[in-house]
Design a protein around this ligand. Structure first.
Ligand code: 13P
Length: 253
C-alpha cells in the first residue's frame, strides 16, 4: 500500500516572514487524521529552508529543497550540497524539475548525478519527469518520459530506488491552468510504473510513489489522486495558499 504524498514546490516565492507564516498555517490546519495518513512536504527556496524547518520542527510536515549539487563540498560557487541540506533539516530534494531542465538547461546526466548524490547524502530525491507540449503533440510523451526515467535513475539499484519518488509533470500543464485529465495522467503513470517493472522488478515498481504535478488545485486533486497509479501530487501555485494546500492534503486522505 503506497501512502499518499502531497508536496508543495514554492519555486522562487515567499520571503523570510511569509514563508514562516505559510507553514505555521499549514501545520495548524492539517488535522491529525491527514498528517497520519498522508506524507506532506514543503519545498521552500534554499534561503528559507532553515526558518521553515524550525517552524515545522514539532509537526510531521517534512521539508525539501528544490535542487542541490552533486558534489559533497569544495569550490562550486553558488551551489548547495546534500549534506548542507540535511544539516538545515531537509529530508527531500526535487531533482530535474522542468524549470531546471528547460529554463536553466540541466541535462539528464546532471540530474542523474544529483539523484545519486541525494541518496548518498541521505536525502529522498523526487525525480521530476515530463514532456513539452510539442512532444505530446508529436506523440513523443512515452519516449521523453522513458528517457527521463531511465537516464535519471541510471546506475541505481532496486534497493536505492526505495528512497526515490517520481513526479510526472507534463510541462504544458505547469503554471498554465491546464491540467492533464485524470485519464491522461493515469495513462502516463501506468506507463512509468510498467517501465520501472521492466527496469527493476514488479515489487519495486509497485512500491514506488509516482506523483502528478501541473496545475493541481483543490477542485481537481481528489479526482487525480483517485486514479490507480497516482500516489499524490506535487503542487506549485496552490501550495502558496495555505487554505488551498490544506484542501489538497485533505483530498489525499
Ligand atoms: P503549478 O501547480 O503551479 O502548475 O506548478 C506545478 C509544479 O511545477 C510543481 O513542481
Amino acid at each position: 500500500m503506497r501512502k499518499p504524498f502531497v508536496a508543495g514546490n514554492w519555486k522562487m516565492n515567499t520571503n523570510s516572514q511569509t514563508s514562516v507564516k505559510l507553514v505555521e498555517r499549514i501545520a495548524s490546519g492539517s488535522v491529525e487524521a491527514a498528517s497520519q495518513s498522508v506524507i506532506v512536504a514543503v519545498c521552500p527556496p534554499f534561503v528559507y529552508l532553515q526558518v521553515v524547518a524550525k517552524a515545522l520542527s514539532s509537526s510531521n510536515i517534512a521539508v525539501g529543497a528544490q535542487d542541490m549539487y552533486f558534489e559533497p563540498d569544495g569550490a562550486f560557487t553558488g551551489e548547495i550540497s546534500a549534506s548542507m541540506l540535511k544539516d538545515v533539516g531537509c529530508s527531500y530534494c526535487l531533482c530535474g524539475h522542468s524549470e531546471r531542465r528547460h529554463v536553466i538547461g540541466e541535462s539528464d546526466e546532471l540530474i542523474n548525478r544529483k539523484v545519486t548524490a541525494a541518496i548518498g547524502g541521505g536525502l529522498l530525491p523526487i525525480l521530476c519527469v515530463g514532456e513539452l507540449l510539442e512532444e505530446r503533440e508529436a506523440s513523443k510523451t512515452n519516449e521523453v518520459v522513458t528517457r527521463h526515467v531511465k537516464e535519471g535513475l541510471a546506475g541505481l539499484s532496486a534497493e536505492k530506488l526505495e528512497a526515490v519518488t517520481i513526479a510526472y509533470e507534463p510541462v504544458w500543464a505547469i503554471g498554465t491552468g491546464l491540467t492533464a485529465t485524470p485519464d491522461q495522467a493515469q495513462e502516463v503513470h501506468d506507463f512509468i510504473r510498467k517501465l520501472l517493472g521492466q527496469m527493476y522488478d514488479k515489487k519495486t515498481a509497485e512500491e514506488i510513489r509516482i506523483l502528478y504535478g501541473g496545475s493541481v488545485k483543490p477542485n481537481n486533486a481528489a479526482e487525480l489522486m483517485s486514479q490507480k497509479d497516482i500516489d499524490g501530487v506535487l503542487v506549485g501555485g496552490a501550495s502558496l495558499k495555505a487554505d488551498d494546500f490544506l484542501a489538497i492534503i485533505q483530498a489525499a486522505v
